[in-house]
Every structure is written in C-alpha cells, then in structure tokens.
Design a protein around this ligand. Structure first.
Ligand SMILES: Cc1ncc(COP(=O)(O)O)c(C=O)c1O
Length: 389
C-alpha cells in the first residue's frame, strides 16, 4: 500500500469529479455553435463558470478558463505587463519575490530577457515572509515605474501565506494591478476574489481533486490585459480556442466540493500535520521545521535535514511505500537546491536537504504513522549515503 503525502504536486482525482467529466465528454457540440447541440454544451460551460465563480467569490464574467495554472500565470503576468507598458512605456518594473513558483518566475524572467522588463525582487526573511515595509517604501518613490505586482498567495514548498490584502491595499490606491498565484492555496484556506481586490488570480484544478490540464485566470472586470493566444476570440477575447466544457464542469465541481469541505478539512489536516511535525522533530535532531513561525497553510509540513540529501530521503521513503517531495514537482528530477530555500537565506547544504509533506482528503492518521515509522531508516540511509559520496 502506498502512502501519498504529495498533495501539493497533485491531488487524487475525485470519483464524483471523474464521473461528471466522463458524463459531459459524451455530449456532442462546440459551445460556440449556434445550433441546439452547441448551445447545450454552452449551457454546461456557463453552469461551470457560474459555479466556479461562486466558489471563488467573483463575478461569473471574471472567470477565464485556461489549460492550467502555468497558462493562467503566463496570461496574468504577460497580459498585465503588456497592457500597462502599452499604456505607458515607462512602467517596466514587475515587483515580485524569488520564492515564487517557476510558473510565474519564468514568464517574468522571459519578459526581462526579451521585453525590457525590470524585476524588483522583494527581500525575504528567514521564515519566507516578504518585506512589506520595503514594498511600501519602494512604491512611495517609484509607483509610476511599476507595471504590476506579482506575489503568490501561498507558497507551494513552505506553505507560507502572503498577506495579499495588505499588498493590494498598498498597490490599489496607486493604480498598480496585482496578480496572485493562488494555485497552491485555493481550496486550502478561504479565498474571496471580490474581497481581495486583486486584478488577476491564477488557479488550477488538479491541486483540488479536479483533472490535470484545467485552470482559470480570474480577471477583475475593471482590469484589461493583452491576450497571449490569438484566434477565435473566446473567453472575452483573452483566451482563444474552443472551450473545454467537460473539463470546466469537472473543475467547477472539484472547486465546489473543496470549498464546502474546507473548514472541516483544514481542522482535520491541521491535527494530522501537527502530529507529523511533532513526530519528525522527536525522531531527528537534524530536523529543522521550515517557516515554523510564519502563517502557513494547514496541510503543509516542510523540513530541512542539513547534511542529508533530500533526493536520497525521497528515494528511501519511496522504497518503503511513502511518496513525499523535495519541493516543486515541476523541478523534481532537476538536481539542485530549492530556489525557495536559497531565497530564504538557507545555505546550499540546507537547501539540498529538504523534504515536503503535503496532506489531503484521503490522508489518515495511519498514513502519518507509516511515514513516521519509515523516516528513521530513510534518514539513516541518507546520512550514510552523504558520508560516502
Ligand atoms: C504554486 C504553483 N504555481 C503554479 C503551478 C503550476 O500549475 P499547473 O501544474 O496547473 O500548470 C503549481 C503546480 O505545481 C504550483 O504549485
């Protein structure tokens, strides 16, 4: 039996979501066609939009369906940047943080390399928290040079939560749009797009029990952005291409269930996570609980074990039937220390020796026990491998 503690990489597809997806796959019609078959599929798509909007607390017209989190982030960041630079060529600064996911780091760095963007990296403290005071001071002096602010809501590696409302409160009076990657956050802590004041927000279905390859960019009605995909003008002209109604419907159902269950699940997972953290700290004097003093998401536990290779730990746990992660799944397989931990001031040895456990709907108390039983052997093996390499 496998114990799966890697929900932040991807969560199991829920049975009711799979059934919904399969059911709607069987309906023939293009939602843009005017005949009755097309209009039937259009209705499915619009029901999905309405339902997802309710789960996120936004207006239905603000939901732009995409192929996933990475596409949403590319549209949100590049689209906002090009819109702002198109209106005023002096606004070339993107304010962000080096702890972001590559889904947003790479579009920003692409704009820097190919399109004259200047990135202002906010200072990050040891806990992984951005320097809000620095942001405030920078904006006072430089607000007219800023194209946008891009900051994730919750960090996928450490679980640290950004105070998005505080960021928006600084940016909005200056007319600066804020995009947030809520991909690791949506479904885990309460999110209201309407109350956040964000201009745009990215979410993804497969992190909450929906299908892989489905996401959305939520774009406030007051926000304009330049499209990155050109074609038939679907999705308010922001994302051309035939809309995928079955996927949208499945995504909306997963979101609805995740939001309805959020409060109870957060409480349950908090208890399991705390047990896991206590267990790890009791097992190993090497364990350093990452961001222990920061506000974090309830399903995430992250540690560094200085002197151990995180890759070895992952492998040795996997051999005992436990799936965990060293960080972002997109980076897994790529050797090297976590860019998130380096940005938080860890040295390479620490950033190489990290382990992330993320829990979810199917995680049980017994799963945590299995992990804690497997850990000493994995640590022992990883330490010995470190000594001989
Ligand atoms: C914080 C964060 N941003 C972006 C992504 C990319 O999302 P997707 O896999 O839907 O492209 C992920 C997924 O790992 C993530 O955790």
């Amino acid at each position: 039996m496998t114990v799966y503690l890697d929900y932040a990489a991807t969560a199991p597809l829920r049975k009711e979501v799979l059934d919904c997806y399969v059911e709607h796959l069987q309906t023939l019609g293009n939602p843009s066609s005017v005949h009755s078959s097309g209009q039937l599929v259009r209705r499915t798509l619009e029901e999905a939009r309405e339902s997802l909007a309710k789960s996120i607390d936004c207006n239905r017209s603000e939901v732009i369906f995409t192929s996933g989190g990475t596409e949403s982030e590319n549209l949100g960041i590049k689209g906002l940047y090009w819109q702002r630079v198109g209106e005023d060529a002096n606004r070339k600064v993107i304010i962000s943080a080096a702890t972001e996911h590559h889904g947003s780091l790479d579009p920003m760095e692409w704009l820097e390399k190919h399109d004259g963007a200047e990135i202002l990296w906010l200072p990050i403290d040891y806990q992984g928290v951005i320097d809000y005071k620095f942001l405030e001071e920078y904006l006072k002096e430089n607000y007219n040079k800023v194209a946008l602010i891009n900051l994730m809501w919750g960090n996928n590696e450490t679980g640290v939560i950004t105070d998005i409302e505080k960021v928006v409160a600084l940016a909005k009076p200056l007319g600066i749009p804020v995009h947030s990657d809520a991909i690791a956050t949506f479904g885990h802590i309460p999110i209201s797009f309407a109350n956040s004041g964000l201009s745009a927000m990215s979410i993804s279905a497969h992190k909450i029990g929906g299908p892989v390859g489905a996401g959305a960019l939520i774009v406030s009605r007051a926000t304009k952005l330049v499209s990155i995909i050109h074609g038939g003008g679907q999705e308010r002209g922001m994302r051309s291409g035939t809309m995928n109604a079955p996927v949208a419907k499945a995504f909306a159902l997963a979101a609805d269930l995740a939001v309805k269950e959020l409060e109870a699940e957060a409480k349950r997972l908090n208890v399991l996570r705390d047990k896991l953290v206590r267990g790890v700290l009791a097992i190993s004097p090497l364990a350093n609980h990452t961001s222990a003093e920061a506000l974090r998401m309830p399903h995430n536990a992250h540690f560094t074990f200085e002197g151990c290779s995180g890759d070895s730990l992952l492998f040795l746990l996997d051999q005992q039937g436990v799936c965990v992660s060293v960080g972002s799944a997109c980076q897994a397989g790529v050797n090297g220390p976590s860019h998130v931990l380096l940005a938080m001031g860890r040295n390479e040895r620490e950033a190489n020796g990290c382990l992330r456990m993320t829990l979810g709907r199917e995680t049980t108390d017994a799963d945590v026990d299995v992990f804690l039983e497997a850990l000493p052997k994995a640590l022992d093996g990883a330490l010995r491998a470190g000594l001989t390499s």
